[in-house]
Write a protein that binds this ligand. Structure first.
Ligand SMILES: O=C[C@H](O)[C@H](O)[C@H](O)COP(=O)(O)O
Length: 226
């Protein structure tokens, strides 16, 4: 089975957890696309929910599929948040931000006690770090922040988009940091966040309640509860 099919299956499974009257955090990325599409079908069939999107792209898809949206001016707690990830390890620690949405994703994930992560088998790893860790930084003086980040033991590359330097939805830059292997994600997160100019990191530490992983051979979805 190809990776897109695995993403679709795990996304559909997660959407089964959504019930009437819930406030739902909607993550970002290609796996979430399938969840948004499926959720839109359920809304069409009468499911009454409101979503909070974690990116402009997700907001567009939600509108396209007829999902009513709300925001933090109306809501302070979310009943459930569903999101993809770039890597997850056996301790439920995550790397996110491959799509640049890590800051809003972390704000939304922090506002629930039901943060559900959906991944295909390729994202479930023994040690985090093969995927370059996205770190969101203020554009002014980003070079200084990058040098301090590199002093922690990585190579930090400024992300480039199709129109030049990539800008997050919040108007910030993203540094993709190649640590190779991250053995103490909690400490690294602390060290990074204490650097002036760093807005947020793609390390999601002790935030996940449940992960759903789709496998191809044999075909199955495994749920791990934290
Ligand atoms: O910024 C993007 C998000 O953190 C995504 O959740 C992550 O990159 C996974 O995306 P995808 O489902 O496209 O692999």
């Amino acid at each position: 089975m190809n990776q897109d099919k695995l993403k679709e299956q795990v996304a559909h499974e997660a959407v089964n957890d959504i019930q009437d009257n819930m406030i739902v955090g909607l993550g970002t990325g290609s796996t979430m696309y399938y969840a948004i599409q499926r959720l839109g079908e359920r809304v069409k069939d009468g499911l009454n929910i409101k979503g909070i999107p974690t990116s402009e792209q997700t907001a567009k898809w939600a509108q396209q599929y007829g999902i009513p949206l709300t925001d933090f001016s109306e809501v302070s707690h979310l009943d459930i948040v569903i999101d993809g990830a770039d890597e997850i390890d056996g301790n439920f620690q995550l790397i996110k931000g491959g799509g640049g949405a890590l800051l809003r994703e972390k704000i939304v994930a922090n506002a629930t006690d039901q943060f559900i992560v959906i991944v295909d088998e390729s994202k479930y790893v023994k040690t985090l770090g093969k995927f370059k860790l996205p770190v969101e930084v203020i554009p002014f003086g980003w070079e200084v922040a990058a040098r301090e980040i590199e002093a922690l033991g990585c190579e930090a590359t400024l992300r480039v988009g199709k129109d030049g330097t990539f800008l997050s939805d919040n108007g910030h830059y993203i540094l993709d940091c190649d640590f190779k292997e991250i053995h103490n994600p909690e400490k690294l997160n602390q060290d990074l966040i204490s650097i002036i100019g760093v807005v947020e990191t793609g390390l999601f530490i002790n935030m996940v309640q449940k992960v759903l992983i789709s496998y191809s051979n044999p075909e199955k979805i495994i749920a791990l509860n934290n």
